[in-house]
Design a protein around this ligand. Structure first.
Ligand SMILES: Nc1ncnc2c1ncn2[C@@H]1O[C@H](COP(=O)(O)OP(=O)(O)O)[C@@H](O)[C@H]1O
Ligand SMILES: [Mg+2]
Length: 269
């Protein structure tokens, strides 16, 4: 197989290697995420748990990437670092050309709000608020005017095909619709990365496909997507699959190679 781009785009191994092996050098703007030797450990009363032991990762704008790995391999730790919820003990993290691994907590919070849209397994919607109000919330915090909030929130709901259900509360929506509201909320600030931690973890397989169709559409529109999952069938929807083991990357390949290796079909949506 040739190592070229498909219609969404996967960076090549050589391109990634060049960017991760240049310590201290600001990556070109096209690289939305670059980590070099990223290390995170926890001190559990004298015993050191090495959750990440030097992760070198490069993700380009418009890539659609899944991060897989067994329980305890460091997926959530990596996700928290990428999402600017946590800082590393060692190594570099460059997000859109900014060295966020060196930032203060205040600066980090600012970058997080601007650059990252989070989707969680448990949706995390406000039960008494309508879909529209839930999606507006990040804009309330950002100080956007009411009229502009409504406009942008309804556009985000349209993008996930929920324009017709804006006035419904979460308990009036199906699981798939709730997760789509959460995706709209994650997109409303126009983040450079959509970061999803087990986005289908609470959904049946048919509803999981519904959510994967939404991600597929967003990726096609040019949204950079990074999704953490422990399910190979879900991971194979992304264009590139990274496997973590014991706090390091053990493989990083196109989904066709990954699917062949684990013995599944490449999903067609
Ligand atoms: N806050 C924490 N305190 C102590 N140890 C932690 C903490 N978070 C994660 N770990 C440990 O780090 C390792 C990686 O965990 P995690 O990133 O949650 O893996 P995964 O998401 O792949 O299951 C595990 O050994 C876990 O017990
Ligand atoms: Mg986890």
């Amino acid at each position: 197989m040739t190592d070229t781009l498909d219609d969404i785009g996967v960076s090549t191994t050589g391109e990634r290697k060049a960017v991760v092996t240049a310590p201290g050098v600001a990556p070109e703007k096209d690289w939305v995420i670059v980590t070099r030797g990223l290390t995170r450990q926890y001190d559990m009363g004298g015993e050191i748990v090495r959750a990440l032991r030097g992760v070198d990762l490069a993700i380009r704008r418009n890539e659609y990437v899944a991060i897989m790995g067994p329980s305890g391999s460091g997926k959530s730790t990596l996700m928290n670092l990428i999402g600017c919820l946590d800082t590393p003990n060692d190594g570099e993290y460059w997000l859109n050309g900014m060295l966020v691994s060196e930032m203060s907590d205040d600066a980090l919070a600012h970058v997080r709000n601007k650059e990252i849209g989070f989707v969680f397994q448990t949706f995390n919607l406000l039960p008494r608020a309508s879909a529209l109000q839930n999606v507006e919330l990040p804009l309330v915090y950002a100080g956007v005017s009411s009229a502009e909030r409504k406009k942008r929130a309804s556009e985000a709901l349209d993008r996930v095909q929920l324009g017709e259900r804006m006035g419904h509360r979460p308990n009036e929506l199906s699981g798939g619709q709730r997760q789509r509201v959460a995706i709209a909320r994650a997109l409303v600030n126009r983040p450079s990365i959509l970061l999803a931690d087990e986005p289908t973890g609470n959904l049946d397989s048919q509803t999981s496909e519904e959510i994967m169709r939404v991600f597929e559409e967003l990726a096609r529109e040019g949204q950079t997507v990074v999704m953490v999952t422990h399910e190979p069938d879900i991971a194979a929807h992304a264009r590139r699959v990274i496997v973590l083991r014991d706090g390091v990357i053990s493989s990083d390949e196109r989904r066709e190679q990954f699917a062949a290796k684990v013995g599944i079909e490449v999903p067609q949506l």
